[in-house]
Design a protein around this ligand. Structure first.
Ligand SMILES: *[C@@H]1O[C@H](CO)[C@@H](O)[C@H](O)[C@H]1NC(C)=O
Ligand SMILES: *[C@@H]1O[C@H](CO)[C@@H](O)[C@H](O)[C@H]1NC(C)=O
Ligand SMILES: *[C@@H]1O[C@H](CO)[C@@H](O)[C@H](O)[C@H]1NC(C)=O
Length: 186
């Protein structure tokens, strides 16, 4: 009887432990990683600096800087010419997972030194979902996503993230040229 009472008390706690709080799954203040698409041939070195609320992707053909404070994305080509666009929903990126992220479960990788990855579904809006596999190193507070799938009216996009570091080697990737007109409507 005493055992049962204890079990009833502990069970909800165990359940809470199994489902992490999404708002505690956060990127470091500064980070960089190599990101490539599994659905097209795009690849980029992506850096994020949440002290200036900016994310920059450096491609072979130029840079794309997203300003999460103003919600504009700036495209800068190899010659330095710049145009800007309102940040699309697809550009959805925040330092921590939003509270509405739904925990899908945990999987592991590795035969011996197993690491766990957590699955999340973020219902961004009625026709856009983002599904993520996040990795938190044992004993560390910061996380990043290893795999990300965007399902939107524009189609499905899957990106793979590797070689993460908790720093930005060259902060000039975030620079936005003084002259950067709105890109013509498509
Ligand atoms: C990404 O960074 C690596 C290491 O600095 C570099 O060798 C590579 O060319 C970069 N890739 C792109 C697409 O900028
Ligand atoms: C930018 O977008 C975010 C998320 O949709 C919103 O919370 C914020 O108010 C927007 N900021 C501006 C300046 O429009
Ligand atoms: C988003 O996910 C929910 C829950 O799995 C699903 O019902 C819905 O159809 C999905 N929407 C899109 C656009 O993928």
């Amino acid at each position: 009887m005493q055992f049962l009472a204890l079990f009833l008390l502990v069970a909800p706690v165990a359940y809470t432990l199994a489902a992490p709080d999404p708002t505690t799954i956060c990127l470091p203040e500064k980070s960089s990683a190599y990101v490539f698409s599994l659905t097209d041939n795009r690849k980029a070195n992506v850096s994020a600096d949440f002290s200036q609320n900016k994310v920059a992707a450096v491609y072979d053909q130029g840079r794309r800087v997203s300003d999460l404070a103003t919600n504009y994305t700036y495209m800068i080509d190899a010659a330095g010419a710049c145009t800007r666009q309102p940040l699309p929903v697809l550009g959805f990126l925040t330092r921590c997972l939003p509270a509405k992220a739904v925990y899908l479960g945990t999987v592991f990788e590795g035969f011996v030194k197993k690491v766990s990855l957590d699955g999340w579904l973020i219902p961004v809006n009625q026709d856009t979902n983002v599904t993520l596999l996040t990795f938190t190193e044992p004993g560390q507070s910061n996380s990043y996503f290893v795999l990300r799938r965007d399902d939107s009216p524009r189609g499905q996009r899957i990106t793979f993230v590797s070689n993460p570091v908790a720093s930005v080697a060259d902060s000039s990737v975030f620079n936005i040229p003084a002259v950067c007109p709105d890109s013509p409507a498509v």
